[in-house]
Design a protein around this ligand. Sequence first.
Ligand code: TXA
Ligand code: MG
Length: 348
Amino acid sequence: MNTKVWVVDKSVNKSHIYPQVKEAAEVLKQNELVAFPTETVYGLGANSTSDEAVKKIYEAKGRPSDNPLIIHISDIAEVEKFVTHIPETAKKLMETFWPGPLTIVLTKKSGVLSKVATANLSTVAIRMPEHPIALALIEASGLPIAAPSANISGKPSPTKFSHVEHDLTGKIAGIINGGDTGVGVESTVIDCTSEIPTILRPGGISKEAIEAIIGAVDVDQAVKQAVINPKSPGMKYKHYAPSATMYLVNGSKNYIQHLISQYQSEGKKVGVLTTEENASFYHADIINVCGKRSDLSTVAQRLYDTLRLFDQQHVDIILSEVFPPQGIGSAIMNRLMKAANHQIMTEK
Ligand code: TXA
Ligand code: MG
């Protein structure tokens, strides 16, 4: 398949981007796939009311069919078309954080969306993104757009056009190249179907920010366990994983350097994931700087590109520093833990 690319400058006025976006929207209306930038990561969009269109997402990504998709809308008022009821907590969250990196799970109205998109569940995850190109595309299509991250399943999510191009060229109808995304990690997913909402995935909106609006929330057991029980077996799917074996290292820079030297003495090519503050300390084969420790939002922005970089550099082992799991740090640690398949080394 020939993959068409539309180059769109997100900083220009909406009327200027409209011709390309409109063309991309027509492709969506024909039940074909279009990748587009959002403020978190690039999404792989399809008409979420069509089984035929949505099936193409699962095929192109190699995504397991029991993993449901997020439905993207361009107007809060549309939510009621897709759900049976909007609880007060969800209303407050939408008013505060939409458009933005928050996905809300609600009880689904049946017969509107493709069952393939929602993996046959009784609930649906909905988000209104903040990115001007994403909003313009959804609006121009006139459709609710199902969109997972636009990467091959298991690989780090795409934060640059080149990531999408690498993973999906030849497999989808088109890509809107709108430059780098902003937040760098995906939206926070919160289930509002229970009295006390539950965070299912930490992301662009922190637990602390959510609790400031609706009071205490729960965090799903699977998210907690990833921290409490690092080597939990039966991790269902591989996620965000670079090709090399990756370890998180909970310890001093000296300890990390000790591990680097040890692996090197075994003939391994060692890469380090570090930050601006610490980079000059290490002697390793590859040193990748992933933002500044003093501003964790820069680490989130750089995270997936840094993980992808290690693949191009053909390292055997990746040793990664760890980050405080508060605010956006909680999303960073969640993704790093998955990328490392929960392998963590702690200094004694
Ligand atoms: O930032 C984002 O959320 C990006 C951009 C493109 O919007 N999208 C994204 O989609 O990350 P994806 O498919 O990579 O992740 C969607 C997550 C998955 O963990 C999925 O299991 C969960 O949302 N999800 C979707 N529908 C759900 C539902 N009804 N109940 C619980 N979880 C759901
Ligand atoms: Mg994804």
